[in-house]
Write a protein that binds this ligand. Structure first.
Ligand code: NAD
Ligand code: UGA
Length: 316
């Protein structure tokens, strides 16, 4: 298995799950500076101890991808420039990392024989969707440049499936959380600030909702997609834990035994108001069933961040 973005939040969990399955894993990651690279080093530490794991530290655009793709059964393409709200200011970076890189990988894939090329897409393709929960056949109407690049990613995948038979499967992840969550994402920020006793900045009135997905569920769906996903298809992988940011703040307050401070700011451009996944297609084709209950999922992210803080304190 080849896992691009293998040192990232989702990719590092995926690589470990593949190793548990007894598969050999080649992970590729450029260790981009979007967030602290030491976190990515931690993410890969456990996998590096496994003799069935190889890490290539390089930019995908600088590699001979055909040579790397030829010997593997399946590719999981998770490398990307994520993050919705900063995508207004850095479109060239998003276009490179999300569109050009995917195109280069598809070009390599069409020259070899893969069982699956699983590609990370996003609930951001829906924008302010016309119906909730949202099925995959709704016309995508992203509200951020990031979402636009993910639509382009999916469209390229479909073109290569139609024209060359590359067995692409696109996965629309819905706001994933849990240990190793990226530091720019809401739960990571919220927990870090709450542990310091500082207020969390809520964008808007806090009543926006997300179909939060625990990372282990996202991984289960991703592995199933490599085995059972229909080539050419896109699947929603939602967590079944749709809730508002205000209710997330309340749950964290319960877990900490004190009220989490918050300050309400203006809504941010590029943020969809609500997301909710219709997962019927993933249930039917992939046997996907999110298993993690929200309270327990948030508790495990909290425990991971508390341990990070303790390690940092013991080093200082
Ligand atoms: P992440 O930033 O933690 O991981 C992405 C990794 O890709 C990083 O480690 C980065 O160094 C690497 N990378 C980027 N460009 C590269 C390149 N050119 N060559 C090699 N490596 C490169 O992000 P994540 O949250 O784990 O997201 C993984 C994928 O899932 C992304 O495609 C993202 O858009 C998508 N996604 C994530 C979420 C979520 O909630 N986290 C939701 C929807 C979609
Ligand atoms: C997340 C990921 O960052 C994207 O990479 C991914 O593509 C997307 O999920 C997706 O599901 O498609 P987002 O939903 O914005 O994007 O996730 P968070 O950054 O965790 O934000 C969740 C909510 O919290 C949003 O409504 C956001 O406005 C809010 N938020 C975030 C705040 O109120 N304050 C903050 O400091 C950060």
């Amino acid at each position: 298995m080849l896992v691009t973005g293998g040192a990232g939040f989702i990719g590092s969990h995926l690589a470990e799950r593949c190793l548990e399955r007894g598969w050999h894993v080649v992970a590729i990651d450029a260790f981009t500076d979007y967030y602290d690279q030491r976190l990515k080093r931690r993410n890969v530490a456990r996998a590096l101890e496994d003799p069935s794991y190889d890490l290539i530290e390089a930019d995908l655009l600088e590699l001979d991808l055909e040579e790397l793709v030829r010997p593997v059964a399946a590719v999981f393409h998770l490398a990307a420039q994520p993050g919705v709200r900063i995508s207004w200011d850095q479109f060239e970076l998003y276009a490179r990392q999300n569109v050009t890189v995917t195109h280069r990988l598809l070009e390599a894939a069409r020259k070899v024989s893969l069982e699956r090329l699983v590609i990370a897409s996003s609930s951001s393709v829906y924008g302010d969707a016309e119906s909730l929960p949202t099925g995959e056949d709704v016309v995508p109407r992203p509200v951020s440049p990031y979402g636009v690049t993910k639509v382009a990613t999916e469209q390229l995948a479909h073109v290569y499936w139609r024209s060359f038979g590359v067995p692409t499967v696109c996965l629309r992840y819905f706001t994933v959380y849990g240990p190793r969550q990226r530091p720019d994402m809401a739960f990571n920020r919220l927990i870090a600030l709450a542990l310091r006793g500082e207020p969390f900045e809520v964008y808007g009135d806090g009543e926006q909702t997300r179909d939060f997905t625990f990372v282990a569920d996202a991984i289960t769906g991703t592995v199933a997609a490599s085995e059972r996903g229909k080539p050419g298809a896109a699947y929603n992988l939602g967590g079944g834990s749709r809730r508002s940011m205000n209710s997330v703040l309340d749950t964290l307050s319960d877990l900490l035994g004190r009220s989490v401070e918050r300050a309400y700011l203006q809504p941010q451009r590029g943020d969809a108001r609500d997301t909710a996944a219709d997962i019927a297609r993933a249930q039917g084709d992939l046997g996907y069933e999110p298993a993690y209950e929200f309270h327990a999922g948030l508790e495990s992210q909290l425990a991971w961040q508390q341990a990070l803080v303790e390690t940092a304190e013991s080093l200082s």
